[in-house]
Design a protein around this ligand. Sequence first.
Ligand code: SF4
Ligand code: SF4
Length: 296
Amino acid sequence: MTRLWIPEKELTPFWSLFITLSCTSNCPYCVQNYSFLHGRRDIPLKGILQADQWLKINDINNKPKSLVIQGGEPLLYKDLIYVLEGLDTFKQLQVITNLTMEIKSIAKKINSIKTHIIKFECSFHENAIDFDTFILRALTLKEAGLLGSVRMVDANHSKTLEYIGKFADYDINLLPLFQVGFTEEGKLAVYSNVEASNLIRKPPVLCKLAQVLFSPNGDIYNCCTKLYWGDEQSSFGNLVTGFEIPEGYYICHDYGFCNPCQIGYMDVRKKDNKNIKVNKKILFSNPPIGVHSSKY
Ligand code: SF4
Ligand code: SF4
């Protein structure tokens, strides 16, 4: 029987700009690859917006106060500073980085921006960077007042505990992320939302997501899975050429492929729920090659 994901309280809106899907690392648990049955070989999304074009987000009404800038690795986007400086209609920007790139000169430039707050949310990936380099860069950000948080995917619990101690020696609180990890046999497993993310397709559902997600080419989605799939039919338009902001419930044919990281932002109900007004747009299943197509 399908277990649905009904939140206990109203979902908080989450807006995020995926400025590039390219990355300096290749983590075995990367959520970007997750719904590709762990075997993604291409990036279906084509194109990338220029820095000026990203500033069109400033013109959208009813935005939340903060915006997340993520990737891939956002520091790979060459005009990142220009974008961060220009998105001044937000009170706060949070940049998610793996700190594999030099941060000192970036911190200096960011510190001169006084119109809005910019913080770095730093993810420590053991396979991507050694601890000593990471801690030096995290401390540089901390001293500059730019460190938001330090997180680590809890793929191996005893190692996570070890690192919590090591970061504590530098007065840094390491936040473990529990969504994905590995079984004792070394198989990737989902811990936070098994039913929604076990890569087994379920009958269609009604899904409401509090997310507004901008893909690298400006296409707008409400679901990470559809964004990573580059599923244009599920897009709500493009930042440059015209769009609508997704809201309310849509029929989705991909329940079972939900990205493990978006569990806190989704509200999934039975398709025959008569009390819910459903949007006309239907998010049909349109997975790229390599992902099972729907039997529903
Ligand atoms: S650093 Fe993040 S985006 Fe890059 S491969 Fe690792 S998990 Fe994926
Ligand atoms: S795949 Fe996305 S839109 Fe579909 S049910 Fe899961 S979270 Fe909702």
